[in-house]
Design a protein around this ligand. Sequence first.
Ligand code: PRX
Length: 653
Amino acid sequence: MTKPLEAPQDGTVSALLEENRIFKPSDSFRSKALLQDERIYKEAEANRENFWSDQAKKLDWYQPWDKILEWKTPFAKWFLNGKLNASYNCLDRHMKTDRKNKTAIIWEGEPGEVRKLTYEDLYHETNKFANVLKSLGVRKGDRIAIYMPMIPEAAMAMLASARIGAIHTVVFGGFSPESLKDRINDAGAKLLITADGGWRRGKIIGLKDLSDEAVKACPTIENILVVKRLEDQDTQMKDGRDHWYHDLKEKVADYCEPEQMDSEDILFTLYTSGTTGKPKGIIHTTGGYMTGVTTTMKLVFDLQEDDVFWCTADVGWVTGHSYIVYGPMANGVTQIMYEGAPDWPKRDRFWSIIEKYGVTKFYTAPTAIRAFMKWGHQWPQKHDLSSLRLLGSVGEPINPEAWIWYHKHIGSEQCPIVDTWWQTETGCILITPLPGITDLKPGSATRPFPGIEAKVFKEDGTVIKEGGGYLGLTSPWPSMLRGIWGDEERYKQQYWSKWPNIYFTGDGAKIDADGYYWLLGRVDDVINIAGHRLGTMEVESALVDHTSVAESAVVGISDEIKGTAIAAFVILKDGHTAGDEMDKTLKQHVVKKIGAIARPSKIIFTEDLPKTRSGKIMRRLLRDIAEGRALGDVTTLADASILESLKEKYQEE
Ligand code: PRX
């Protein structure tokens, strides 16, 4: 369900609207850039299908396609009858070139261990991994859930799944067992791949224990495959169901023939939050997805053979899928993979990694940049960051202040910043600068990537040439989602029902006189907390699941670091008392149900919720209350008459 456009929740609009500084690519960057010529936009626009088929030809196909696109709104098929394998494209094809001995992954564990894997190492390991999957009875089309820390085996597990034609569903290691259970059950996964644990901020996260908890209610799971990451972890293994990866690995052959997949065969599903209480499994297929991520990886990050790329996302999110696993590896990039927190043991961990390995391209989220700003530039200043050539931003609008800080203190005013807009659903970056071409405006993701068509719309579906509205995508692109797992209706309703033939993104956007796009945040019941998507209804369901809660309403409120934080209004059942104890209990309950990312920053106990005559919760009023604009600082709204009078005032407005 979409609402009329409201100001985004973090105050970015007003800041963005005043921003008019322009940063041109430096001559030295432009002269070495892969793309230096604006004409690529025009050429792609003249024939989008040909543009994308030229890109697809850069992948290795067992069999070429016989048609580029079949578009029966809202169902797209790309590269019809083409056959390829994603793992082959990420690994095998490099075995025939110098990239065989090139470092693929430089991994650093949070406690400081280092592992370096060449493309050949990764190829051998993935072949073994794929044979282990087969030995556990996994076949083409079967679903595999992956719940892993940030270790190279997470990437191997994904590539191994792709190799044998299984469908992976990676669940972020910070999600609770309950969230893992829901995703496993929705996907009908027969295998769960996990690890004994991983490190985060000096503590062990016992992923195997959490997995055990989850699978108690997962009837489809037949086996759990456990990668050993820790030294002395006491791990309970259930006979017949649980298997150590290192044991099974010894028993299988070295080579696994990649499955020849149809372009439209599913590569993975990835769950993301929507406007209902239930996350949806976004479907991505092989040919189109691989084309989108391989192309954008190369052109947006201006990849050069000697680059050391670092995307700080977790593989549990789409950014990790597209720009840690498939995009970088299809391009044969050397990349950093880091397991832990940016402030562990100190607040310069990221900068020490950049210096140590000579990182050239660094891709992170505005929430991290705002935290770095708050910690102060003395931390990056301790390190030589002169290897950096380009910086990237993703996940939420970047406020100009953070952009300028990033540009100055991390990029020494030498590095272009690519502010990349995209979504789990879009598979790859869609709105972004091309760093050797585009003049940058801090806070703007600039223009649609070549071959992508985006427009800003009014509520009634008319196109806005200049001004604010909703972002829609007006022609199909190869890496677009193909649907929602098991719910075709929801796919149509969610993305294609607002205006005919136009994909509705759920984002507000403004287009300026130069045709630059300024993303303004979500306009639906999705909130973006520190770059992570959550549905307000998901958090509300978690709250009402607690025995003491009668009703709840969740809104996003602005937060200096996270961009948006969660405020929850809660009506308790009779006999339960509001207070610090209850506040703590309910916050913990949400963490238990969803995961730490969903912990409300603020709980406001109330006796009533302001609703419109038609029964809809007045979220704007709630936001104003939670942010102190309507009532001052409140934690309890005991007097229902206050709300009643506020409601009347807001209704008049
Ligand atoms: O609101 C937009 C915001 O993140 C949403 C997509 O979230 P998710 O599917 O989790 O994928 C995040 C990583 C691609 C979008 O609808 N978003 C993402 N990138 C930007 C952004 N908002 C503004 N600027 C961006 N660069």
